[in-house]
Design a protein around this ligand. Structure first.
Ligand code: ADP
Ligand code: ZN
Ligand code: ZN
Length: 741
């Protein structure tokens, strides 16, 4: 009988192949079960890769010679327990290779193989010698003053920073004489004293009690109008969680994680709050991840990818603005942070609190059907009243930069009354199109256009520059029409820059600030801009960036312009997105003691979406929309997956998707009522048929139930991978696509 072959390491590697790779352990360290979850460096073809040991086991193919792994990168598993199990679930759900999922979950420096970073903070104390003698320190000198400070007890460096300017030089002097020493303390010991919040109103208290009453996993939807005090509920629930000695994770949308938000959390919780967002460097991101893994970080507030932090002492997960589109990762591993937060909450057996003034139809349906607890905050907190919303019919009205005379008059009188005004326009730049008035030529992006679908370049800088908002391609505007040499080139339509130009000229006495991705590239730029305005009368012109996050107590008028195209989009989620945006923008008005007015300028005042929203509010709209989705077989009633393909050549994406469709079609069956259980829509060219030079197409896959969708994908994907056409296009699968783009 041959000896049983020794165990091998089955390693998840960040390569796009749906399998693990077998290696012998590095020389001198036999594989043991406790190795699962450790990072390891391995040879891969001519390269070296960093992977994570997924399993210890028998080799896939005992006859095949295996290579030896090069070196262990961790002494103990980095990915273990709940997080490892949840990430395996995510790999199955997204039908993505485990190695790529693990690489997505790890901070970049850990993915590259760097060591887990140091997470300690530092403090200073007197040595025994320092405590017993002043040892010739000059009275009143800086070293003597620092020694006197430390005589009262050790101080962390942050506290020293506050207590004594320029303390580092005297500290070095004391250390050199053996009188003081520096020592590491856990970061969690740096605790500012918490400030009290406002007393909670009844609905807030009931919500906090509902969270506190959870003894394990539960999903709770905090459905509260804008300004109703949802953040106060989060803060109270987190304080509760901390009091029980547990960690809390708070997810916020990318543009919601402002210094203002963080300052509010820091001031109120009395523990250090660790922030995790795209503005941090790799080193800082890894430090926060490590601090969470060591249980030192008690509260982590972060954007999408913060859903991957380890939570050994988890007590609560909060997802603020749970409807926000930025929770969905749009490339690579296409996870949804809200959905994955729920999976983790379940695995961790802790409550997950989802909050929004405009819940996603998915979450609302779960609340209506009783799967989620439905917590309502129906009124604004404190003295604030709901804003009054009025529709301005602009049919046949003369428009200047897209603004009607009535709107301009309302802006002037709001400013005269000492208030601030927000003009919302969801299109940045000067104008969406540059058109030749003589021959009809218009400027198109060479990298995104196709012969039958030209994609216009947006005009910027008052007409001097052109930019494609899809691929970033830039050009200067031609001085004359390239087709007919006419000088009659005209920017058509309205963007935020054009509104800024008009209002700045019309209102010379007040600040007119434009806020969009063009004007506020830096993370803190928005804060600085708003800070410079203060409470003075002034006008803010902005895109979606202004729809949330910032409390502007003196904002009394919100003008919404240019929403009409959103009323007629083909995307089945367009109505939901527009309704959410309108409610969120409107919610900026009248957040303090001054009443707010919202003016909605439209050419379609009778549109059902606007009528329902204004007369019945978001919930009336959502009820109607859910009924339509159910009738049409769309999410949340029927799950979707989208197969996308792209290539620099025009044909391979379609050829691949046609072949994939043939594979998938073999799994089509009918249910008891004779209805098809699998619907394939396409392949069709993508709504944006070409982007940044790539031709794009897509195939929509719909089934009646989620297990069926996953069952079909499980068996069909290996066949699709093996198609010869699959090698000629770049393709990806998106389960639960948010944008069908
Ligand atoms: P949301 O997150 O629902 O938009 P916030 O929690 O930011 O609302 O609260 C909106 C405003 O109301 C904030 O200025 C907040 O300080 C205030 N607020 C919240 N709860 C109360 C309360 N119970 N009493 C008085 N003011 C409150
Ligand atoms: Zn022309
Ligand atoms: Zn382009």
């Amino acid at each position: 009988m041959p000896a049983p072959s020794p165990s091998v390491l089955r390693v998840a590697l960040p390569v796009p192949l749906p399998r693990l790779f077998d290696y012998h352990p590095p020389p001198g360290s036999p594989a043991v079960p406790g190795d699962a979850g450790r990072r390891i460096r391995v040879p891969f073809g001519p390269r070296e890769l960093v992977g994570v040991v997924a399993e210890i086991g028998a080799p896939d193919d005992p006859a095949q010679p295996l290579r030896e792994a090069l070196e262990w990168l961790d002494d103990a598993p980095l990915l273990a327990g709940e997080l490892a199990a949840s990430l395996r679930w995510l790999a199955r759900y997204t039908h993505a290779p485990l190695g790529e999922v693990l690489a997505t979950a790890l901070p970049a420096s850990l993915r590259r193989g760097e060591a887990m970073p140091d997470t300690h903070a530092w403090a200073w104390r007197l040595t025994e010698a320092g405590a017993t003698s002043a040892a010739g320190l000059k009275a009143g000198g800086r070293p003597q003053r620092l020694a006197a400070l430390l005589a009262a007890g050790p101080r962390d460096e942050e506290a020293l920073e506050l207590a004594m300017e320029g303390w580092r030089a005297p500290a070095r002097t004391l250390a050199a004489r053996g009188l003081a020493e520096r020592f590491a303390i856990p970061a969690s010991q740096l605790a500012p004293a918490p400030q009290a919040g406002p007393p909670l109103h009844d609905e807030q208290r009931q919500a906090v009690e509902a969270v506190a009453a959870c003894t394990g996993f539960a999903a709770l939807l905090l459905d509260g109008v804008t300004g109703s005090g949802k953040t106060e509920v989060y803060l109270a629930a987190i304080a509760d969680c901390l009091a029980r000695g547990r960690q809390a994770l708070v997810l916020v949308p990318e543009i919601g994680l402002t210094p203002q938000t963080l300052a509010r959390f820091r001031a109120r919780l009395g523990v250090p709050v660790h922030a995790l967002h795209s503005g941090l460097g790799d080193g800082e991101r890894a430090r926060v991840w490590a601090a969470a893994a060591r249980g030192e970080a008690r509260v982590v507030v972060g954007t999408r990818s913060a859903v991957f932090v380890p939570l050994p002492d988890a007590g609560l997960v909060v997802v603020d603005e749970e409807h926000d589109g930025s929770y969905k990762q749009q490339d690579g591993i296409r996870y949804h942070a809200r959905d994955f937060a729920l999976v983790r909450g379940k695995a961790l057996d802790v409550p997950v609190l989802l909050g929004s003034a405009t819940p996603s139809l998915e979450s609302l349906q779960n609340a209506v059907s009783g799967r989620y607890a439905h917590l309502r905050l129906r009124h604004r907190a404190g003295v604030a009243k709901p804003p009054v919303v009025r529709v301005l019919d602009v049919r046949k009205r003369p428009l200047e930069a897209g603004l009607s005379p009535e709107l301009l008059a309302a802006i002037t009188s709001a400013l005269a009354a000492g208030g601030q005004v927000l003009v919302f326009k969801n299109r940045r730049g000067y104008a969406p199109v540059l058109l030749c008035h003589d021959c009809g030529w218009s400027a198109h992006c060479p990298r995104c256009s196709t012969p039958d679908r030209p994609h216009p370049m947006t005009v910027h800088a008052g007409g001097r520059r052109l930019q494609c908002h899809h691929c970033g391609h830039r050009a200067s505007a031609p001085p004359a029409c390239p087709d007919c040499a006419s000088l009659g080139l005209q920017p058509q339509g309205v963007g935020t820059e054009r509104i800024e130009e008009l209002l700045a000229a019309r209102l010379p006495d007040v600040p007119v600030l434009r806020i969009d991705r063009g004007s506020t590239r830096r993370r803190d730029a928005l804060e600085d801009l708003l800070g410079s305005l203060g409470n003075r009368p002034g006008v803010l012109i902005g895109t979606q960036m202004l729809a949330k996050g910032h409390d502007l107590p003196n904002l009394t008028l919100v003008c919404v312009v240019g929403i009409d195209e959103g009323l007629f989009s083909a995307d089945f989620r367009a109505g939901e997105k527009l309704a959410q945006l309108l409610i969120q923008v409107a919610g900026r008005a009248g957040r303090a003691d001054k009443p707010g007015l919202v003016l909605l300028q439209t050419h379609h005042p009778e549109h059902p979406l606007l009528l329902t929203l204004i007369n019945g509010g978001y919930h009336a709209f959502a009820a109607g929309e859910l009924a339509q989705r159910e009738a049409a077989g769309f999410p949340p009633f029927a799950p979707l997956a989208l197969l996308r393909a792209e290539s620099q050549q025009a044909d391979p994406p379609m050829a691949f998707l046609q072949a994939a469709r043939r594979v998938l079609a073999t799994y089509a069956t009918r249910d008891a009522a004779g209805m098809p259980t699998l619907l394939l829509d396409g392949p069709v060219v993508a709504p944006m048929p070409r982007r940044a030079g790539s031709y794009r197409a897509q195939l929509l896959i719909a089934t009646d139930q989620r297990p069926r969708l996953h069952g079909i994908l499980d068996t069909a994907l290996p066949e699709i991978h093996a198609l010869p056409e699959a090698r000629r296009a770049r393709w990806s699968l998106d389960v639960d696509p948010v944008d069908l783009y």
